[in-house]
Design a protein around this ligand. Structure first.
Ligand SMILES: Nc1ncnc2c1ncn2[C@@H]1O[C@H](COP(=O)(O)OP(=O)(O)OP(=O)(O)O)[C@@H](O)[C@H]1O
Ligand SMILES: [Mg+2]
Length: 204
């Protein structure tokens, strides 16, 4: 029996089992999260394009995401009275919530977390920026953060789909999104949306 045990290296297999089971559990947790996250994708379809006020959506998304957290955050808005853009308000709300959630996650270890949401008009575009005073995004991650499933968070905390979904939504609106760091520290994620992607109609 001893011989058989050695031959089949049962001990080695047994030793491997606990981490394998842990890995499976982690995998299952990730899959459950992914399924939950994929529901967010249904918002990607900008089919319901309408005129909406980006300043209003930013105000609601910021306040809503912050209110869902226990820790206190200094939330600052720099918004125009209103700024109308054409697109899917629900989808853009989702983008802003994703960016704010990321900022709040990043500032978890910060004593005085500060979050700033800005919206402004720049030529033919509307620009929205979410700034935080967290540790920022490591240089070598700046391009990867938009990849599907890229995450630095432990299972149960992130799937790495937030920025990928946001990138898709913004792209579908004819805009662009980029992530960077501020000179004074902290991350800044910016996206643009064309104010009116429809060509002006010919006067009759
Ligand atoms: N404001 C930020 N400060 C620092 N790192 C950030 C910030 N925003 C995003 N990141 C980095 O980019 C990664 C990808 O972000 P993304 O929103 O796509 O996924 P996630 O937040 O990890 O998970 P999910 O959004 O699916 O819950 C994060 O894990 C984090 O490493
Ligand atoms: Mg996220």
């Amino acid at each position: 029996r001893e011989v058989l045990r050695k031959e089949l290296s049962i001990d080695a297999v047994m030793a491997d089992l606990p981490p394998l089971i842990d890995g499976t559990r982690e995998g299952a947790q990730r899959v459950a999260e992914i399924v939950r996250n994929l529901r967010r994708l249904s918002f990607t379809n900008p089919g319901g394009a309408e005129m909406f006020d980006l300043a209003e959506v930013a105000r609601t998304a910021g306040a809503w995401a912050v209110s869902g957290r226990k820790s206190r955050v200094n939330l600052e808005f720099d918004l125009p009275e209103s700024l109308n853009v054409r697109g899917n308000a629900g989808a853009i709300h989702q983008v802003l919530v994703n960016l704010v959630e990321n900022a709040l996650d990043a500032m978890e270890g910060v004593a005085e977390p500060k979050l700033k949401l800005s919206v402004r008009k720049e030529g033919v575009n509307a620009v929205a920026v979410v700034q935080d005073n967290g540790p920022g995004i490591p240089e070598d991650c700046l391009l990867k953060v938009f990849d599907p499933f890229f995450t630095t968070k432990p299972p149960g905390r992130g799937t790495g789909l937030g920025l990928w979904i946001s990138w898709n939504i913004v792209k579908d609106h004819g805009g662009a999104i980029e992530a960077g760091n501020q000179p004074g520290g902290g991350a800044a994620v910016l996206f643009t949306l064309p104010l009116d992607p429809l060509k002006p109609r010919r006067q009759v």
